[in-house]
Design a protein around this ligand. Sequence first.
Ligand code: ADP
Ligand code: MG
Length: 266
Amino acid sequence: MFWNNSKNGRRFTGNSMRVSSGSLIELNGVTRQYETAAGPFTALRDVDLRIGAGEFVAVIGKSGSGKSTLLNMIAGIDRPTEGEIVVQGTPVHKLSEGQMAEWRGRNLGIIFQFFQLLPTLTVAENIMLPMEFAGLYAPKQRRARALELLELVDLVDQADKLPSALSGGQQQRVAIARALANDPPILVADEPTGNLDSKTSDAIFDLFERLALEGKTIVMVTHDVELAGRVGRAVTVVDGELVGEPAPGVLDIPAYIAPDYALAAR
Ligand code: ADP
Ligand code: MG
C-alpha cells in the first residue's frame, strides 16, 4: 500500500513518555472545563473511551454536546482539565506544545468541516506542507508523494490549481490527501461532510470507508445519521458525557436524547 512507503524520518519516541496501552486511543476520566464569563462550564465530563487499531468510529450528538471538544482531546488540539489521553502509548496530555505539534504531524491526520486549505498554495503544495513541517520524505520525493495521494482521491489533474478553483467536495478530498501526507495511523475528522451535498458526502464517506479498510483508524464526528449508521461503531455524546453505544448499524436514538437525529432519521 502506498502509505507503507518507508520514511526517512523517525517517529516520536520520547522514551519516558511511553506507557503501555492495549488500545490505540484511550481516554480515561477525561473532563474539560472552560472558564466562561458566566462561570466554569463543563464541556466534557469524565469520558472513558477506548478505540482499537483499525476501528472506524462515528461520534454523534447534538450541536454543542461536546463532540468537537472530544475530538480535539484525541488530536491534542486541546487539553483536558482532568484525566488522561493515551494515543499509541503516548500520553498526549503530557506533551509540551512543541512535542505535541511534532507528535501530531506524524501520527494524526485532521480533516475539518471547512477544509482549511491554504488559499495561496496550490493543491499539491497544500499536501506537501505537512511533509515539510514534519521533515518527512526527502524534499525531492514530496511532490511525487503528493501526486500519489492526489491519485488516490482522484484529483491528480488538479494538482497545480489553487483550492478556490475546486468544488467543495474536491477541496475536501484534497484535505483528506493532506491528512494522509505523513501516513499517520489515525485520521480524525470533524463533520467532514457537514458542508457538502448528500451525493458529495456519500463520495467522501466512501473514501473514508476505503481508508478504514486499508487499516487507518478513523474517528469521525458526523451529523449525518445515515452515514453514521454505516460505520462499525457509533458513540453518542450528550451534554459532555458518553452515553450507551447503539449496536453496530443501528442508530435508534431516542428523541429525548437527540431530537435532531430522531427527526433526521424519519
Ligand atoms: P459540538 O462539537 O458537539 O457542537 P463543542 O465540543 O464545540 O460541541 O462544544 C461543547 C460545549 O462547550 C458548547 O456548549 C460550547 O459552547 C462549549 N465550548 C467549546 N469551546 C469553548 C471555549 N473555548 N470556551 C467556552 N466554552 C466552550
Ligand atoms: Mg463541533
